[in-house]
Write a protein that binds this ligand. Structure first.
Ligand code: SF4
Length: 140
């Protein structure tokens, strides 16, 4: 069961089954105290500027640059998918996958927040495929 924790030194928020031994932000050992998820939400300072669709595109490009996959070079398809992801965030609170339906079970639906763990999906692992379910990410 995952819970939320806050570093008492720098207010880093961690979501997991255990707090990290060392805070990845301030490097203090054994710094985490458990808090409620509502408190965790309030402790996250709002970003200085809204996180736009261009920010999201840059974020997934940076994410992909460190991995074996890339953002689909078909920019039109990517733009359509990002529209869907942002529409889901506006309507349902999180950046849910634009191609799958949320179940309204929060823990279950976290599995389809974009980017999801598509490396384990047949659409990516299958020999001929190599793309996430929606085709936002493709193998290099
Ligand atoms: S299948 Fe692709 S578009 Fe859908 S959530 Fe996963 S990474 Fe995002």
């Amino acid at each position: 069961m995952k819970r939320t924790w806050r570093c008492f030194v720098c207010n880093d928020i961690h979501y997991g089954t255990q707090p990290p031994e060392v805070c990845p932000t301030c490097k203090v050992r054994r710094a985490y105290v458990e808090i409620s998820s509502a408190e965790a939400g309030k402790a996250c300072l709002p970003s200085p500027a809204p996180f736009t669709k261009d920010d999201f595109r840059r974020a997934i490009e940076d994410f992909a640059a460190k991995n074996e996959f890339q953002v689909n070079p078909d920019r039109e398809r990517v733009a359509t998918l990002i529209e869907g992801i942002f529409a889901n965030e506006a309507n349902h609170g999180l950046k849910y996958c634009p191609c799958r339906l949320a179940t309204k079970d929060f823990a279950e639906d976290l599995k389809i927040v974009c980017p999801c763990n598509f490396l384990v999906h047949e659409t990516y692992r299958g020999r001929e495929k190599g793309a996430c379910w929606c085709g936002l990410f493709v193998r290099r």
